[in-house]
Design a protein around this ligand. Sequence first.
Ligand SMILES: Cc1ncc(COP(=O)(O)O)c(C=O)c1O
Length: 423
Amino acid sequence: MVKSMAAKHAIWPRENDIIFNLSERAQRAEKVTGKDNVINATIGALMDDDGKLITMESVYKEYKELPNGEIGAYASLAGQPDYIESVKKIFFREYMPDAHIRVVASPGGSGAIKLALWNYTNIGDEILTSDWFWSPYVSIAEEIDRKVVTYKLFNEGNSFNLTSFKENFLRIADKQERIFTIINTPGHNPTGYSVSDDEWDEILDLSKEVAKDESKKIMIFVDAAYIDFAGDDKVIRKFFRKFSNLPENILVMVGFSMSKGFTAYGMRMGAVIGITSDENIAEEFHYSCVHSCRANWSNCNRGAMAILSNIVKDQEKFNLYEEEKKIYKEMLSVRAKAFVDESEKIGLEILPYKAGFFISIPCDNPKELCEELTKDNVYTIPLKMGLRFAVCAVSESKCKIAPKIIKNAMEYLESKKVATSEV
Ligand SMILES: Cc1ncc(COP(=O)(O)O)c(C=O)c1O
């Protein structure tokens, strides 16, 4: 008999994280063949053209100048007061919704998702997100006995599939008291899609319609992990104003993260932001989340909070940070454009990319295609319905040649399939 000590609910399939696995394989290939000959599009972080992690000087200089006590001391459970104010300021900018807003610190955007899911759903509840999604949503949900269900993200015109969203939203509303949906925008992982302002109107109109039934509780979780690399800082924030004066039974929550915007992935700093028209619901949000913080990880990374607060409070530091970020934003959009333009030119189908770290290529055989591509030293991530290519981690010149290699591999596998079926 296989020996086991873990409690039943803690036993999961013994799988290694496929992303880290493929990334290691890519790194081994780089050692054998040389970096120039390998395209490592597995990594979800900004890398320079030589494959080195980009770390913003304006961020790390600030960190290194902090007094030890500002790094080593415990922080307040909800987050340092100046961090809370700074998150509000940098996140909403000119588009603060007219609402009661509370911010609770969390370890990255992942922690924010956990806080929201735990506190605003019941055991067995279905959580709605799109069919292209960041897979840890499932890990976070299933660990606490919730289930992720999906709608089709795209319609035939390759924009937000409101019909599918509505169908699923209403189906859940029919059977559950709580409707919790995660919308990862702008710069969705893995497709690079951003929900447009008009599409937001449609999502909110539907939510308001369902909210007329006062027994329903609607939670919209906006996973904004990529907001800092999702286009013009002002334009992409306009939709926040739409969260003003919503019905009391609609609670909008936002996952804020310092991972991408501050190139601080390992510092594990973020926040969950609650937006509601009711003050009591805002207070409840604060206390529910703070209780969970205490119960799960206690307080968060004080040094990381200080970096953000110091940069936001000091206009000169803020300008330096913004200027530095602009360089990397530009780098990212040049790379993405190279990939998108070349795909169009050679006829490789990709999903509608607007911004962000990743581009997705739909296909029927992602694992097989991913494996085939490794023979050409191209490393991507296989998803359920396609491949994810991390433009954030690949130079412009490699982004330009990758589509052709992918298309060739697809055609090769297709021809092999036809040949086999003819035998
Ligand atoms: C879609 C999405 N949401 C949230 C996160 C959270 O990241 P972190 O916990 O590092 O802030 C990530 C990170 O890769 C992500 O891709």
